[in-house]
Design a protein around this ligand. Structure first.
Ligand SMILES: Cc1ncc(C[n+]2csc(CCOP(=O)(O)OP(=O)(O)O)c2C)c(N)n1
Length: 289
């Protein structure tokens, strides 16, 4: 570990295998930049990943890593938080398939529990790793291998879903705006409670609709308007703005009790710090017989 923490401090010997130009590269940079700025060392952060191109990032970043099953990065991150709520950051990472398809119910429960986890969703509106099928966030009419005549379903709106289920930090980033994304990640880590940052991440190989150019024509930053992220009704309206103009930034933040604030047993120490000295395991096991 070099004296000065820098983005190389989080690198592993494995080089990213993402396609050249994939949005994942920029998110990977923003994530490490945020950790450096916050002086969080690799042994002070835990990452959980699902299955997908984005989640191959498990091999490319240094920290405590769990490469989970498809759709399961969030419950694993919650378990890590429950065990050690004193870790400086617990970050779950998944694709739109992981987060809003197979793992959707975990997402809703994490929102309402307000567990102190940052969820970074790499939203490329397609299944990348399985070579280009329509995902839950693909727009209606979207043509892909699995919907050659156009998608007939409405897309899930991750931000509206998070807002309607009690998430206390709801934001959207874009892989084409790395500095902006870095600052969102910093604020997401600082936030006490569940934080969603849904990141638009063009898949240059399989999604030829939602390209970098497509997003650039539409995105604008809420911070550059007089928007205040404290009003849920306004946040809801903004979350539905997905036409010619698409907002990026922090839509909503609310300070409220986290899951751990509600558990007095964890006030004094984290579960991992509790002594096993006075626990009679045999007696405990007998109770289950
Ligand atoms: C239980 C299970 N079902 C299906 C799969 C096949 N599978 C692997 S990745 C994936 C989707 C990946 O898409 P996404 O989560 O959006 O990530 P991306 O590859 O686009 O980054 C699927 C369906 C699997 N690995 N496990």
């Amino acid at each position: 570990m070099p004296e000065n923490l820098n983005i190389k401090s989080y690198e592993t010997p494995v080089k990213p295998s993402w396609c050249p130009g994939c949005g994942n590269h920029a998110i990977w940079v923003a994530l490490r930049q945020a950790l450096v700025k916050m002086k969080i060392k690799p042994w002070e952060v835990a990452f959980t990943f699902g299955i997908g191109c984005n989640s191959n990032g498990a091999n490319f970043i240094k920290g405590y890593i769990l490469h989970a099953l498809h759709g399961r990065p969030l419950p694993c991150a919650e378990a890590i938080r429950w065990t050690n709520h004193k870790l400086k950051a617990v970050i779950a990472i998944g694709g739109d398939g992981d987060s809003f398809g197979i793992g959707l119910s975990h997402f809703i429960h994490a929102c309402r529990r307000n567990v102190d986890v940052l969820y970074l969703t790499h939203d490329n509106q397609i299944y990348g790793l399985t070579t280009g099928q329509t995902s839950p966030t693909s727009v209606k009419g979207f043509k892909s291998k699995s919907t050659p005549f156009g998608n007939i379903e409405e897309p899930i709106n991750p931000l509206a879903l998070a807002l309607s289920n009690g998430a206390s930090f709801v934001a959207r980033g874009f892989a084409g705006e790395t500095e902006h994304l870095t600052s969102l990640i910093i604020n997401g880590i600082k936030h006490r409670g569940f934080a969603l940052i849904d990141v638009f991440q063009p898949c240059i190989t399989f999604n030829h609709l939602n390209t970098f150019a497509w997003f650039r024509e539409r995105v604008y930053k809420l911070e550059e308007t007089n928007y205040q992220p404290t009003n849920k009704k306004l946040a809801w309206q903004k979350s539905l703005e997905l036409g010619h103009k698409i907002p990026l930034g922090l839509f909503y933040q609310e300070r409220k009790a986290t899951y751990f604030d509600e558990l007095p047993q964890l006030k004094k120490e984290a579960l991992v710090e509790k002594s096993l000295k006075n626990i009679n395991l045999n007696k405990a096991l007998e109770e289950y017989q």
